[in-house]
Structure formats: structure tokens, C-alpha cells
Design a protein around this ligand. Structure first.
Ligand SMILES: [Fe+2]
Length: 301
């Protein structure tokens, strides 16, 4: 089944987004279909660096298919939902203006919104998913786990051995964990330097939190490699976001790309499949809008 949320997109009607039937709630792009991936826009969140949706235009210009790889919309956070919904509508309008076919993927901030957890693309050579499915606790570093960790651990234990789950079961269980965690609250407040310093202080507290973050970063390539080996052994590249730290790894004969996020302290990447190779570019603010630089091309055989 093909992907697309363009013509049938309705901002306030999730049921009108058709889910696809490929295992694990994925959809499949055509073998020759070129596409780009942008992740973790967090529209409307106070940590998002996207202040005007129109600033994204240079990243979308030229049309074609763009996979918005999760955490695009603040589905669960009452404090952001209205602003996020308005910006999402602007994003869809921007896509229409630029001739872009948006393909929306669930993230942990929008775990049910899109009815799609992943995209198979480039003739099976690429697998695109938000990335929270790699982690049993979704966000093991999060202070929000404090009040619900026991319940979530019990839910995971009841589901059976993590390594034995089918891909569909794993996505469903991950979604349940997302829904059990409290929604986002205001953490940064504004884009001022003082607000960012305050956020930084909160990010490193309690002192165990940086350790949890580093453990996840260190273990992520192994987890992504094992995930791909089990569920998508034919994939030459797995593209994900979620941890807001862009990186490229080569492991087990496979490329693993974390695209980072459009949030404070992160420097996101854009990934493009141009029909021959995977193009990775750093996203920078240029003249008040987003642009790309530092192109790297990776052949996928
Ligand atoms: Fe995110």
C-alpha cells in the first residue's frame, strides 16, 4: 500500500487518516520514489526552535515526498495542543503550496495521531521510524517516569519477553507505554537565554539523569542494529530520531541515522533518498529560515 496524507488530510479528524496494513503499521513508498525525512519538529512546544512554520519552506522546496518522522504534533499535551494544531495546519498548507506529499509517522508525542509507525522505502533498503520503539521505557531518562514506572514495568512484563514480540506487538506495546506516561508540560517557557539556561539546569537534574541519557546514547546503535536485524534484515539503512541527537553509525553492515530534532540544544539533519543514495545534510538557520549544509552521500548498494 502506498503512503500519503496530502489530499485526505484533516487537522481535527484523525479517523480520516487511513492506516496501512503492512506489518507494524508501516506503509511502503514506491521503489523509485524519492523522499526526504524530517523528524521531531515538535510544533508548538516551547522547546521547539520552529517559531514560524514558513521558515521550513527551504527544507520542503522542490516538492516530492516528505516523511515527517514522529513528534510533529503535540497530540497529548494540553498546554501545547492548540498552538501545535494551528502550526500543523500551517505545515499542511505549506506542503500543499510546495507540492509536497506529507507522510506522517507516529512519535511518542503523537503516538496515535497518524495510524502509521514506520515507512519502508527505497525498495526495502530503507526503514524509517521515530525510534521510541527501540527503547522499552520509551524515554528512560524522563523524570515523568517517576510516578508510573512500576505500572509500565508491569505492563511490559505482562506482554511477554521483549525480544520475542512481533513487530506489530512491539509497536502496540510502545504506544501503550506512551499513553501511560504523563503528557509534556512547559519546561522552557520562552526562547530567551535565561529560559534556555533554566532548561539546561532542569535537564541535568537529578544527577542520575545525564547518566541515563548517556546510557541511551551509548546503547542506541546496538539497539537499532538488533531491531533491524530482527524485523527488517534486508534494510541497508534505518532512519530514526527521538533522542534529539543527530548521529550516523555503521553497524552490522547497515547504516543507522539519527536525524536529531528541531529543539533547543539539538542540531537536526535532513535525510534524502535521491534514487541512488542516502543524502545527509545538516540543518542550519540561514537568514531567518532553515537551510541545509554539509552534504554527505551514502551509497546503499
Ligand atoms: Fe522528540
Amino acid at each position: 500500500m502506498t503512503c500519503g496524507d496530502g489530499a485526505d488530510f484533516r487537522v481535527n479528524a484523525a479517523s480520516e487518516i487511513s492506516g496501512e496494513s503492512v506489518e507494524g503499521g508501516a506503509c511502503r513508498l514506491g521503489e523509485g520514489e524519492r523522499f526526504r525525512v524530517l523528524s521531531d519538529l515538535h510544533l508548538g512546544h516551547d522547546q521547539s526552535v520552529i517559531r514560524r512554520v514558513g521558515d521550513l519552506r527551504p527544507l520542503l522546496a522542490g516538492g516530492g515526498t516528505v516523511v515527517f518522522n514522529g513528534d510533529t504534533f503535540e497530540e497529548r499535551a494540553p498546554c501545547y495542543r492548540e498552538k501545535s494544531g494551528a502550526m500543523l495546519a500551517e505545515l499542511m498548507e505549506l506542503c500543499r503550496e510546495e507540492g509536497v506529499k506529507p507522510v506522517m509517522v507516529n512519535g511518542n508525542h503523537d503516538p496515535e495521531r497518524w495510524g502509521r509507525d514506520a515507512v519502508d522505502a527505497a525498495g526495502g533498503r530503507m526503514y524509517v521510524t521515530h525510534g521510541h520503539v527501540l527503547l522499552r521505557l520509551v524515554s528512560p531518562w524522563s523524570s515523568k517516569l517517576r510516578g508510573c514506572r512500576g505500572e509500565i514495568e508491569a505492563m511490559l512484563a505482562a506482554a511477554g519477553e521483549w525480544e520475542r514480540l512481533t513487530l506489530g506487538e512491539r509497536y502496540a506495546l510502545t504506544r501503550s507505554v506512551c499513553l501511560r506516561m504523563p503528557p509534556s508540560e512547559t519546561r522552557q517557557g520562552s526562547q530567551s537565554v535565561a529560559a534556555k539556561v533554566g532548561l539546561l539546569v532542569r535537564e541535568v537534574w537529578p544527577p542520575t539523569r545525564p547518566w541515563e541519557v548517556m546510557k541511551v546514547w551509548a546503547g542506541l546503535p546496538r539497539l537499532a542494529s538488533e531491531f533491524a536485524g530482527k524485523y527488517r534484515p534486508g534494510a541497508k539503512a534505518v532512519v530514526f530520531g527521538h533522542t534529539h541527537r543527530a548521529a550516523l553509525w555503521r553497524r552490522g553492515g547497515r547504516w543507522l541515522v539519527n536525524t536529531g530534532g528541531f529543539v533547543t540544544f539539538s542540531r537536526p539533519w535532513r535525510v534524502t533518498w535521491d534514487g541512488e543514495g542516502m543524502v545527509i545534510e545538516r540543518i542550519r538557520v540561514k537568514g531567518g529560515a532553515f537551510g541545509v549544509e554539509g552534504k554527505r552521500v551514502v551509497a546503499l548498494g
